[in-house]
Design a binder for this molecule. Sequence first.
Ligand code: NDP
Ligand code: MG
Length: 329
Amino acid sequence: MKMYYDSDAEISQLSGKTVAIVGYGSQGHAQAQNLRDSGVNVIVAEMPDTSNWKLAVSHGFTPISAEEAAEKADIVQILIPDELQGKVYAQSIEKHMSTGKALVFSHGFNIHYKRIQPNSEIDVYMVAPKGPGHLVRRTYAEGAGVPALIAIYQDATGKAKDLALAHACGIGAGRAGIIETTFKEETETDLFGEQVVLCGGVTELVKGGFETLVNAGYQPEIAYFECLHELKLIVDLFYEGGIAGMYYSVSDTAEYGGMTRGPRVIDADTKKRMEKILQEVQDGSFAEEWISENESGRPNMKKLRDEHRALKIEEVGKKLREMMSWIKK
Ligand code: NDP
Ligand code: MG
Protein backbone atom coordinates (compact mmCIF):
# COMPACT_ATOMS: atom_id res chain seq x y z
CA MET A 1 0.00 0.00 0.00
CA LYS A 2 1.37 3.41 -0.96
CA MET A 3 1.02 6.40 1.35
CA TYR A 4 1.09 9.86 -0.28
CA TYR A 5 2.28 13.05 1.41
CA ASP A 6 2.59 16.76 0.55
CA SER A 7 5.81 16.04 -1.36
CA ASP A 8 3.90 13.71 -3.74
CA ALA A 9 1.41 16.38 -4.80
CA GLU A 10 1.47 19.72 -6.55
CA ILE A 11 -1.02 22.09 -5.01
CA SER A 12 -0.49 24.26 -8.14
CA GLN A 13 -2.82 21.78 -9.90
CA LEU A 14 -5.58 23.81 -8.23
CA SER A 15 -4.29 27.28 -9.11
CA GLY A 16 -6.51 29.26 -11.41
CA LYS A 17 -9.41 26.97 -10.52
CA THR A 18 -12.42 27.77 -8.37
CA VAL A 19 -13.59 25.14 -5.89
CA ALA A 20 -17.25 25.25 -4.80
CA ILE A 21 -17.99 23.73 -1.41
CA VAL A 22 -21.69 22.91 -1.43
CA GLY A 23 -22.89 22.62 2.19
CA TYR A 24 -21.12 24.36 5.07
CA GLY A 25 -21.68 21.68 7.73
CA SER A 26 -19.23 19.46 9.56
CA GLN A 27 -17.01 18.70 6.56
CA GLY A 28 -17.89 21.79 4.51
CA HIS A 29 -16.79 24.40 7.04
CA ALA A 30 -13.50 22.56 7.61
CA GLN A 31 -12.57 21.76 4.04
CA ALA A 32 -13.58 25.20 2.72
CA GLN A 33 -11.42 27.06 5.24
CA ASN A 34 -8.46 24.70 4.90
CA LEU A 35 -8.48 24.95 1.10
CA ARG A 36 -8.73 28.75 1.30
CA ASP A 37 -5.83 28.90 3.76
CA SER A 38 -3.84 26.70 1.34
CA GLY A 39 -4.25 29.43 -1.28
CA VAL A 40 -7.12 27.89 -3.24
CA ASN A 41 -9.96 30.05 -4.58
CA VAL A 42 -13.02 28.77 -2.68
CA ILE A 43 -16.70 29.68 -2.95
CA VAL A 44 -19.41 28.34 -0.63
CA ALA A 45 -23.02 27.31 -1.25
CA GLU A 46 -25.50 27.22 1.65
CA MET A 47 -29.18 27.71 2.23
CA PRO A 48 -29.99 31.36 3.01
CA ASP A 49 -30.40 32.41 6.66
CA THR A 50 -29.59 29.00 8.17
CA SER A 51 -27.11 28.84 11.03
CA ASN A 52 -24.43 27.39 8.74
CA TRP A 53 -25.06 30.17 6.23
CA LYS A 54 -24.36 32.64 9.04
CA LEU A 55 -21.31 30.64 10.09
CA ALA A 56 -19.92 30.84 6.55
CA VAL A 57 -20.51 34.62 6.55
CA SER A 58 -18.72 34.93 9.90
CA HIS A 59 -15.77 33.10 8.33
CA GLY A 60 -15.59 35.64 5.52
CA PHE A 61 -17.42 33.72 2.78
CA THR A 62 -20.39 35.01 0.81
CA PRO A 63 -22.61 31.94 0.42
CA ILE A 64 -24.61 31.53 -2.78
CA SER A 65 -27.01 28.85 -4.01
CA ALA A 66 -25.81 25.40 -5.04
CA GLU A 67 -26.85 26.16 -8.61
CA GLU A 68 -24.91 29.42 -8.81
CA ALA A 69 -21.85 27.81 -7.22
CA ALA A 70 -21.92 24.87 -9.65
CA GLU A 71 -22.12 27.30 -12.54
CA LYS A 72 -19.16 29.39 -11.35
CA ALA A 73 -16.82 26.65 -10.17
CA ASP A 74 -14.41 24.36 -11.98
CA ILE A 75 -14.46 21.86 -9.13
CA VAL A 76 -17.74 21.16 -7.33
CA GLN A 77 -17.49 19.35 -4.01
CA ILE A 78 -20.80 18.08 -2.62
CA LEU A 79 -20.81 18.20 1.18
CA ILE A 80 -24.52 18.18 1.96
CA PRO A 81 -26.00 15.12 3.73
CA ASP A 82 -25.74 11.96 1.61
CA GLU A 83 -29.50 11.39 1.50
CA LEU A 84 -30.07 14.84 -0.10
CA GLN A 85 -27.26 14.75 -2.64
CA GLY A 86 -29.13 12.94 -5.42
CA LYS A 87 -31.97 15.44 -5.51
CA VAL A 88 -29.78 18.56 -5.24
CA TYR A 89 -27.46 17.21 -7.95
CA ALA A 90 -30.35 16.61 -10.34
CA GLN A 91 -32.07 19.92 -9.62
CA SER A 92 -29.17 22.35 -9.33
CA ILE A 93 -25.78 20.95 -10.23
CA GLU A 94 -25.99 18.49 -13.12
CA LYS A 95 -26.76 21.06 -15.80
CA HIS A 96 -23.59 23.00 -14.97
CA MET A 97 -21.20 20.03 -15.03
CA SER A 98 -19.74 20.81 -18.43
CA THR A 99 -16.73 19.16 -20.08
CA GLY A 100 -13.51 19.29 -18.06
CA LYS A 101 -15.06 20.19 -14.72
CA ALA A 102 -14.63 17.99 -11.64
CA LEU A 103 -17.17 16.59 -9.21
CA VAL A 104 -15.88 15.73 -5.74
CA PHE A 105 -17.26 13.74 -2.82
CA SER A 106 -16.11 12.94 0.71
CA HIS A 107 -18.07 9.69 0.79
CA GLY A 108 -18.84 7.34 -2.09
CA PHE A 109 -22.47 6.51 -1.29
CA ASN A 110 -24.23 8.40 -4.10
CA ILE A 111 -21.80 7.40 -6.84
CA HIS A 112 -21.43 3.79 -5.76
CA TYR A 113 -25.18 3.20 -5.45
CA LYS A 114 -25.85 5.20 -8.65
CA ARG A 115 -28.00 7.87 -7.01
CA ILE A 116 -25.80 10.27 -8.99
CA GLN A 117 -24.75 9.26 -12.51
CA PRO A 118 -22.41 11.96 -13.79
CA ASN A 119 -21.82 12.54 -17.49
CA SER A 120 -18.63 11.04 -18.92
CA GLU A 121 -17.01 14.40 -19.76
CA ILE A 122 -16.08 15.32 -16.19
CA ASP A 123 -13.62 14.09 -13.58
CA VAL A 124 -15.16 12.44 -10.52
CA TYR A 125 -13.01 11.85 -7.48
CA MET A 126 -13.19 11.50 -3.72
CA VAL A 127 -11.29 13.15 -0.89
CA ALA A 128 -12.52 11.58 2.32
CA PRO A 129 -10.91 12.77 5.55
CA LYS A 130 -10.80 10.01 8.16
CA GLY A 131 -12.12 12.22 10.92
CA PRO A 132 -14.97 14.57 11.78
CA GLY A 133 -14.95 18.10 10.38
CA HIS A 134 -13.98 19.93 13.55
CA LEU A 135 -10.80 17.81 13.75
CA VAL A 136 -10.06 18.41 10.07
CA ARG A 137 -10.11 22.14 10.79
CA ARG A 138 -8.41 22.12 14.18
CA THR A 139 -5.47 19.90 13.18
CA TYR A 140 -4.93 21.99 10.01
CA ALA A 141 -4.87 25.21 12.04
CA GLU A 142 -2.29 23.62 14.34
CA GLY A 143 -0.05 22.80 11.36
CA ALA A 144 -0.94 19.12 11.14
CA GLY A 145 -3.79 17.27 9.40
CA VAL A 146 -6.19 14.35 9.43
CA PRO A 147 -5.37 11.44 7.08
CA ALA A 148 -7.61 11.01 4.04
CA LEU A 149 -8.61 8.55 1.38
CA ILE A 150 -8.67 9.49 -2.29
CA ALA A 151 -10.40 7.59 -5.07
CA ILE A 152 -10.88 8.18 -8.78
CA TYR A 153 -14.23 7.18 -10.28
CA GLN A 154 -13.86 8.94 -13.61
CA ASP A 155 -10.79 10.48 -15.21
CA ALA A 156 -12.02 12.51 -18.18
CA THR A 157 -9.13 15.00 -18.23
CA GLY A 158 -6.28 12.59 -17.48
CA LYS A 159 -5.56 14.80 -14.46
CA ALA A 160 -8.05 13.45 -11.94
CA LYS A 161 -5.47 11.82 -9.68
CA ASP A 162 -3.20 14.88 -9.68
CA LEU A 163 -6.22 16.98 -8.77
CA ALA A 164 -7.36 14.59 -6.04
CA LEU A 165 -3.88 14.57 -4.47
CA ALA A 166 -3.65 18.37 -4.62
CA HIS A 167 -7.15 18.66 -3.17
CA ALA A 168 -6.32 16.27 -0.32
CA CYS A 169 -3.13 18.21 0.44
CA GLY A 170 -5.11 21.45 0.34
CA ILE A 171 -7.23 20.27 3.25
CA GLY A 172 -4.09 19.23 5.18
CA ALA A 173 -4.22 15.47 4.64
CA GLY A 174 -0.78 15.44 2.99
CA ARG A 175 0.74 16.24 6.38
CA ALA A 176 -0.77 13.06 7.86
CA GLY A 177 -0.93 10.61 4.96
CA ILE A 178 -3.18 9.90 1.97
CA ILE A 179 -4.21 6.40 0.86
CA GLU A 180 -5.81 5.52 -2.47
CA THR A 181 -8.97 3.42 -2.49
CA THR A 182 -12.00 2.97 -4.75
CA PHE A 183 -15.53 4.34 -4.38
CA LYS A 184 -16.72 0.76 -3.86
CA GLU A 185 -14.22 -0.05 -1.14
CA GLU A 186 -14.65 3.24 0.74
CA THR A 187 -18.45 3.08 0.65
CA GLU A 188 -18.84 -0.57 1.61
CA THR A 189 -16.21 -0.60 4.37
CA ASP A 190 -17.49 2.69 5.78
CA LEU A 191 -21.09 1.45 6.01
CA PHE A 192 -20.05 -1.94 7.36
CA GLY A 193 -17.73 -0.39 9.97
CA GLU A 194 -20.32 2.02 11.31
CA GLN A 195 -23.08 -0.60 11.37
CA VAL A 196 -21.26 -3.58 12.81
CA VAL A 197 -18.48 -2.13 14.95
CA LEU A 198 -18.32 1.62 15.51
CA CYS A 199 -21.92 2.72 15.98
CA GLY A 200 -24.24 -0.27 15.98
CA GLY A 201 -22.10 -3.02 17.48
CA VAL A 202 -20.54 -0.96 20.25
CA THR A 203 -23.85 0.61 21.26
CA GLU A 204 -25.58 -2.75 21.60
CA LEU A 205 -22.64 -4.18 23.55
CA VAL A 206 -22.79 -1.25 25.99
CA LYS A 207 -26.59 -1.44 26.31
CA GLY A 208 -26.51 -5.21 26.79
CA GLY A 209 -23.83 -5.07 29.47
CA PHE A 210 -25.55 -2.24 31.34
CA GLU A 211 -28.95 -3.95 31.28
CA THR A 212 -27.49 -7.27 32.44
CA LEU A 213 -25.93 -5.65 35.51
CA VAL A 214 -28.99 -3.53 36.36
CA ASN A 215 -31.36 -6.49 35.95
CA ALA A 216 -29.15 -8.43 38.35
CA GLY A 217 -29.70 -5.73 40.97
CA TYR A 218 -26.50 -3.69 40.75
CA GLN A 219 -26.65 0.12 41.03
CA PRO A 220 -27.24 1.69 37.60
CA GLU A 221 -24.56 4.32 38.30
CA ILE A 222 -21.94 1.63 38.83
CA ALA A 223 -23.13 -0.21 35.72
CA TYR A 224 -22.85 3.04 33.72
CA PHE A 225 -19.23 3.54 34.77
CA GLU A 226 -18.28 -0.05 33.99
CA CYS A 227 -20.03 -0.43 30.64
CA LEU A 228 -19.98 3.04 29.07
CA HIS A 229 -17.70 5.54 30.81
CA GLU A 230 -14.63 3.32 30.95
CA LEU A 231 -14.94 2.45 27.27
CA LYS A 232 -13.05 5.65 26.45
CA LEU A 233 -10.00 4.52 28.40
CA ILE A 234 -9.98 1.20 26.56
CA VAL A 235 -10.46 2.81 23.14
CA ASP A 236 -7.58 5.22 23.82
CA LEU A 237 -5.34 2.23 24.54
CA PHE A 238 -6.47 0.53 21.29
CA TYR A 239 -5.72 3.74 19.40
CA GLU A 240 -2.22 4.02 20.83
CA GLY A 241 -1.10 0.39 20.88
CA GLY A 242 -3.65 -1.90 19.27
CA ILE A 243 -5.09 -4.89 21.06
CA ALA A 244 -1.73 -5.87 22.58
CA GLY A 245 -1.27 -2.33 23.94
CA MET A 246 -4.67 -2.49 25.61
CA TYR A 247 -4.04 -5.94 27.13
CA TYR A 248 -0.61 -4.79 28.31
CA SER A 249 -2.11 -1.92 30.30
CA VAL A 250 -5.02 -3.67 31.98
CA SER A 251 -4.54 -6.19 34.81
CA ASP A 252 -3.72 -9.82 34.06
CA THR A 253 -7.10 -10.72 35.54
CA ALA A 254 -8.81 -8.43 33.02
CA GLU A 255 -6.66 -9.82 30.22
CA TYR A 256 -7.43 -13.47 31.06
CA GLY A 257 -11.13 -12.77 31.65
CA GLY A 258 -11.37 -10.80 28.42
CA MET A 259 -9.59 -13.36 26.25
CA THR A 260 -11.65 -16.26 27.60
CA ARG A 261 -15.09 -14.58 27.86
CA GLY A 262 -14.97 -12.18 24.88
CA PRO A 263 -15.30 -14.97 22.28
CA ARG A 264 -18.39 -16.25 24.13
CA VAL A 265 -20.06 -12.86 23.56
CA ILE A 266 -18.98 -12.45 19.94
CA ASP A 267 -19.08 -15.99 18.57
CA ALA A 268 -19.35 -17.76 15.22
CA ASP A 269 -23.07 -16.93 15.00
CA THR A 270 -22.34 -13.23 15.50
CA LYS A 271 -19.80 -13.42 12.67
CA LYS A 272 -22.40 -15.04 10.40
CA ARG A 273 -24.71 -12.12 11.10
CA MET A 274 -21.86 -9.70 10.35
CA GLU A 275 -21.45 -11.40 6.97
CA LYS A 276 -25.17 -11.03 6.32
CA ILE A 277 -24.99 -7.32 7.11
CA LEU A 278 -21.98 -6.97 4.79
CA GLN A 279 -24.01 -8.69 2.07
CA GLU A 280 -26.82 -6.15 2.48
CA VAL A 281 -24.25 -3.37 2.09
CA GLN A 282 -22.73 -5.01 -1.00
CA ASP A 283 -25.96 -5.84 -2.81
CA GLY A 284 -27.36 -2.34 -2.24
CA SER A 285 -30.32 -3.41 -0.12
CA PHE A 286 -29.21 -1.29 2.86
CA ALA A 287 -28.81 1.75 0.58
CA GLU A 288 -32.27 1.16 -0.86
CA GLU A 289 -33.79 0.82 2.60
CA TRP A 290 -32.17 4.07 3.76
CA ILE A 291 -33.27 6.00 0.67
CA SER A 292 -36.87 4.82 0.97
CA GLU A 293 -36.84 5.50 4.72
CA ASN A 294 -35.98 9.12 3.84
CA GLU A 295 -38.54 9.31 1.07
CA SER A 296 -41.31 8.22 3.44
CA GLY A 297 -40.39 10.83 6.07
CA ARG A 298 -38.16 8.65 8.30
CA PRO A 299 -40.85 6.86 10.37
CA ASN A 300 -38.53 4.10 11.54
CA MET A 301 -35.67 6.49 12.29
CA LYS A 302 -37.96 8.64 14.47
CA LYS A 303 -39.21 5.63 16.40
CA LEU A 304 -35.71 4.27 16.98
CA ARG A 305 -34.39 7.67 18.07
CA ASP A 306 -37.22 7.99 20.60
CA GLU A 307 -36.52 4.51 21.92
CA HIS A 308 -32.83 5.31 22.37
CA ARG A 309 -33.54 8.61 24.10
CA ALA A 310 -35.79 6.84 26.61
CA LEU A 311 -33.15 4.30 27.68
CA LYS A 312 -32.34 4.02 31.37
CA ILE A 313 -28.60 4.23 30.62
CA GLU A 314 -29.18 7.65 29.05
CA GLU A 315 -31.07 8.96 32.06
CA VAL A 316 -28.37 7.72 34.45
CA GLY A 317 -25.56 8.98 32.22
CA LYS A 318 -27.03 12.46 31.93
CA LYS A 319 -27.08 12.85 35.72
CA LEU A 320 -23.61 11.42 36.18
CA ARG A 321 -22.03 13.51 33.45
CA GLU A 322 -23.44 16.66 35.06
CA MET A 323 -21.58 15.71 38.24
CA MET A 324 -18.31 15.09 36.40
CA SER A 325 -17.03 18.63 35.92
CA TRP A 326 -13.84 17.40 34.20
CA ILE A 327 -15.62 15.99 31.16
CA LYS A 328 -17.48 19.23 30.38
CA LYS A 329 -16.00 21.37 27.62
P1 NDP B 1 -23.66 18.11 7.65
O1 NDP B 1 -25.04 17.60 7.84
O2 NDP B 1 -22.80 18.43 8.82
O3 NDP B 1 -23.69 19.42 6.76
C1 NDP B 1 -24.41 19.52 5.58
C2 NDP B 1 -24.67 21.00 5.28
O4 NDP B 1 -25.26 21.10 3.99
C3 NDP B 1 -25.60 21.67 6.26
O5 NDP B 1 -25.04 22.91 6.65
C4 NDP B 1 -26.86 21.84 5.44
O6 NDP B 1 -27.61 22.99 5.81
C5 NDP B 1 -26.29 22.07 4.06
N1 NDP B 1 -27.23 21.88 2.98
C6 NDP B 1 -28.27 21.01 2.90
N2 NDP B 1 -28.90 21.16 1.71
C7 NDP B 1 -28.25 22.12 1.02
C8 NDP B 1 -28.42 22.73 -0.27
N3 NDP B 1 -29.41 22.35 -1.07
N4 NDP B 1 -27.57 23.71 -0.63
C9 NDP B 1 -26.57 24.10 0.18
N5 NDP B 1 -26.35 23.57 1.40
C10 NDP B 1 -27.18 22.59 1.82
O7 NDP B 1 -22.94 17.02 6.69
P2 NDP B 1 -21.49 16.35 6.87
O8 NDP B 1 -20.44 17.39 6.78
O9 NDP B 1 -21.52 15.42 8.02
O10 NDP B 1 -21.44 15.41 5.56
C11 NDP B 1 -21.12 15.92 4.29
C12 NDP B 1 -20.45 14.80 3.48
O11 NDP B 1 -19.23 14.46 4.10
C13 NDP B 1 -21.26 13.51 3.40
O12 NDP B 1 -21.05 12.95 2.14
C14 NDP B 1 -20.64 12.66 4.48
O13 NDP B 1 -20.80 11.28 4.25
C15 NDP B 1 -19.18 13.06 4.34
N6 NDP B 1 -18.35 12.80 5.50
C16 NDP B 1 -18.71 13.26 6.74
C17 NDP B 1 -17.90 13.06 7.83
C18 NDP B 1 -18.23 13.64 9.16
O14 NDP B 1 -17.43 13.46 10.07
N7 NDP B 1 -19.33 14.34 9.37
C19 NDP B 1 -16.64 12.30 7.70
C20 NDP B 1 -16.29 11.95 6.35
C21 NDP B 1 -17.16 12.17 5.30
P3 NDP B 1 -28.61 22.92 7.10
O15 NDP B 1 -27.72 22.79 8.29
O16 NDP B 1 -29.31 24.19 7.06
O17 NDP B 1 -29.47 21.71 6.90
MG1 MG C 1 -17.06 6.44 8.44
